[in-house]
Design a protein around this ligand. Structure first.
Ligand SMILES: C[S@@+](CC[C@H](N)C(=O)[O-])C[C@H]1O[C@@H](n2cnc3c(N)ncnc32)[C@H](O)[C@@H]1O
Length: 378
């Protein structure tokens, strides 16, 4: 038995009256100073704040679902007038409105409520609008999946899937929520579209294929910035049925070929740039390596210079460093049986497995990162 063996009585007795010091909460040097855990808040208050976020978010979801932000976008209204317009209980509406007021979503002028700058971001007309993100995140499928996280962690895969359907299966059958999800993705794609369009790597390409491109917001930004390009938009059939109108509205319908179907069945031929944006985090390593291999095969058919562009949120390589992508990863854990949000090293590994070589890796102003890969022998 050595002097350092924890089971020995030979150690100096510990004075139990003195509390053992807890590790200090760390201060990240990379996170923005406004992050909650960077503020000097007692640990218990920080946990309380996180718990309060649950009813707070559901209050916001109720306000969006009832249409409060849309009504106030058109007019200043009293709480009773809002209750009447939303067909809601007047007393409950008063409590919801005082919560919205306390959180700065609305201001008051005499007895009437009006939208603040913060409230306006919840209207459908805002650019970008957070309305669709709130409606999807608070929908029963998303909410129940997240609520089942304990069981998901026990079993290692999502335990809630509404009526046995995966999220995309559910969205295909529930067209209203499906359309809302597409608008949610579209709203958040604007910043990514701008960031990608700013790259000068498009000069030599003639066609860009956006695989899992949703309503085509990212592709539209690229095509608008590079008039010599044509596009291929590949996604599930129900999504592309909605994408046509969106592209036509932007005057791009004639420059974009729609390729409906499952990406795991077929990758469209004929693009010099294949983009996969926020698709891989829905799938397992095995599936992603398979998808990359299918894209690599299409790149072989295209010939010299074809590229795969991967745009994803990535976790920091330094464990414990602050990043909003950890929350996205937990959401993915609740919803999809895949491997979730990855670190960049994972994408180096998965592209290598598919016979590809990363030639460029770059963080983007929108917070995602871009990796550009070519066939390994080129
Ligand atoms: C998280 S959204 C990202 C949308 C868009 N790429 C963006 O960055 O905003 C994932 C998209 O990929 C599509 N998708 C996922 N799996 C797919 C599959 N197996 N086949 C076809 N489309 C798929 C979904 O329908 C959805 O539009």
């Amino acid at each position: 038995m050595t002097a350092t063996d924890p089971s020995t009585d030979a150690q100096e007795p510990r004075n139990h009256a003195e509390p053992v010091p807890l590790p200090q909460r760390r201060r990240s040097t990379t996170a923005p100073a406004h992050q909650l855990d960077e503020l000097d808040i007692p640990a218990a208050d920080l946990v309380q704040f996180m718990m309060d976020a649950v009813p707070d978010f559901m209050a916001l979801h109720a306000a969006v679902t009832l249409g409060i932000f849309e009504f106030l976008a058109n007019d200043e209204l009293t709480s009773d007038e809002l209750a009447n317009a939303c067909e809601a209980d007047p007393d409950a509406m008063r409590r919801l409105m005082r919560w919205l007021h306390s959180r700065d979503f609305v201001a008051t002028y005499r007895t009437r409520y009006q939208l603040t700058e913060l409230g306006q971001v919840l209207t459908a007309a805002a650019r970008p609008s957070m309305r669709h993100a709130v409606l999807v995140t608070g929908s029963s499928y998303w909410w129940e999946a997240t609520g089942n996280l304990t069981e998901t962690v026990r079993r290692g895969h999502p335990t809630w899937s509404g009526r046995g359907l995966s999220p995309y299966g559910y969205l295909a059958q529930n067209t209203e929520l499906g359309a809302e999800f597409d608008r949610f993705m579209d709203a958040r794609s604007a910043a990514l579209g701008q960031d990608l369009a700013a790259f000068d790597d498009f000069a030599k390409a003639r066609t860009v294929a956006d695989l899992g491109g949703g309503l085509g917001g990212v592709l539209a930004a690229i095509l608008q910035a590079h008039p010599h390009l044509r596009g291929i938009l590949a996604d599930r059939e129900d999504v592309l049925a909605r994408a046509h109108d969106r592209l036509a509205h932007n005057g791009l319908a004639s420059r974009v070929q729609l390729a409906p179907g499952d990406l795991f069945d077929t990758i469209p031929d004929g693009a010099q740039i294949y983009l996969l944006s926020s698709v891989c985090h829905n799938y397992s390593d095995e599936q992603v390596a398979g998808l990359f291999t299918m894209v690599a095969d299409a790149m072989v058919r295209v010939g010299e210079g074809a590229e795969l562009w991967i745009a994803e949120g990535m976790l920091p390589r330094l464990p414990g460093a602050r990043s909003r992508w950890y929350s996205t990863d937990i959401r993915m854990l609740a919803l999809f049986p895949g491997d979730g949000v990855r670190v960049s090293d994972d994408y180096y590994r998965l592209t290598r497995q598919a016979g590809l070589r990363v030639r460029k890796s770059s963080p983007l102003p929108c917070g995602q990162a871009l990796m550009i890969a070519r066939l390994a022998d080129q």
